[in-house]
Design a protein around this ligand. Structure first.
Ligand code: FAD
Length: 234
């Protein structure tokens, strides 16, 4: 399998970066081909703009998704995006590795999503969820948090983690057609002792051994919706 890790942490010696480094060695030891986009190390530009397009369908008014579609079809997407698209399309499994920032991804990773998950390639028209352009790939979110596990849940102070991660798990990864695995979450990372953090690395390592065989989370199927996307059972 080809596994691509998109990693966002500004500190190479961080715990989240240690998780990423461990994932690379564990997966390579399993004979997987592993590639990494280390977004801070690459100085990745997260800003979606007109500069992303070598040609324009409409030179006077920027509709970003329409220009993505036009430039993808014409092979005129900016080279930094094209390189990431090539890595994504070569992968069977995508791992997003990051610390939770404000209930979400760091901005640099959001900018990778905005610029790399191209309209026309990854989604567009009625090509989304199980008809999305990235169907056949699996996606795993590997995320560290400051909060403790008991702070997340139905009646917990921060609410349910699945709801918090819905924009990413459902609105992005499942929307573009990927099979989304249960996220790996490392809670309370800065406040644990070294032994407790080592245990999280061990748990992540064990989890990585099974990701290629895991069943995905349930997500919508277009088969269950009519042509106007009302539920058929309504
Ligand atoms: P680090 O601080 O880099 O590491 C923690 C400790 O682990 C350090 O002492 C480091 O030396 C040590 N370490 C490094 N490598 C290893 C190793 N191999 N083995 C053992 N120990 C090691 N948290 C939330 O819960 N919800 C939020 O909404 C949220 N929003 C945030 C927004 C921002 C802008 C920021 C900056 C933080 C936010 N946080 C939030 C907290 C953040 O998610 C955590 O601080 C982060 O996940 C901790 O992971 P880290 O890799 O940065 O840890």
């Amino acid at each position: 399998m080809h596994i691509h890790i998109v990693h966002a942490h500004p500190e190479p010696a961080s715990f989240t970066s240690a998780m990423k480094d461990m994932a690379v060695s564990v997966l390579r030891a399993q004979e997987h081909v592993v590639s990494v986009s280390d977004l801070y190390a690459m100085n990745w530009n997260p800003v979606a703009s007109a500069a992303d397009f070598g040609s324009r369908q409409d030179a006077d008014y920027l509709v970003y998704a329409l220009e993505q579609r036009y430039n993808w079809a014409n092979g005129s997407i900016a080279p930094d995006i094209q390189a990431e698209v090539d890595r994504l399309m070569a992968a069977n499994v995508l791992i997003l590795s990051f610390p939770l920032y404000w209930f979400s991804t760091p901005a640099i990773m959001k900018g990778w999503i905005d610029r790399v998950l191209l309209s026309g390639l990854c989604y567009g028209g009625k090509r989304f969820y199980d008809q999305g352009g990235l169907r056949g790939k699996k996606a795993l979110v590997a995320c560290t948090l400051g909060g403790q596990e008991h702070m997340f849940g139905k009646d917990a102070i921060h609410g349910e983690i699945d709801a918090m991660l819905t924009p990413l798990l459902r609105g992005t990864l499942a929307y573009t057609g990927m099979d989304v695995l249960t996220p790996f979450l490392g809670y309370h990372i800065p406040y644990l002792d070294q032994k407790e953090r080592a245990k999280i690395l061990e748990d992540y390592s064990a989890r990585l051994l099974s990701i290629t065989n895991e069943a995905p989370l349930p997500m919508p199927s277009l088969d269950d919706y009519d042509h106007q996307l009302h539920p058929k059972s309504r």
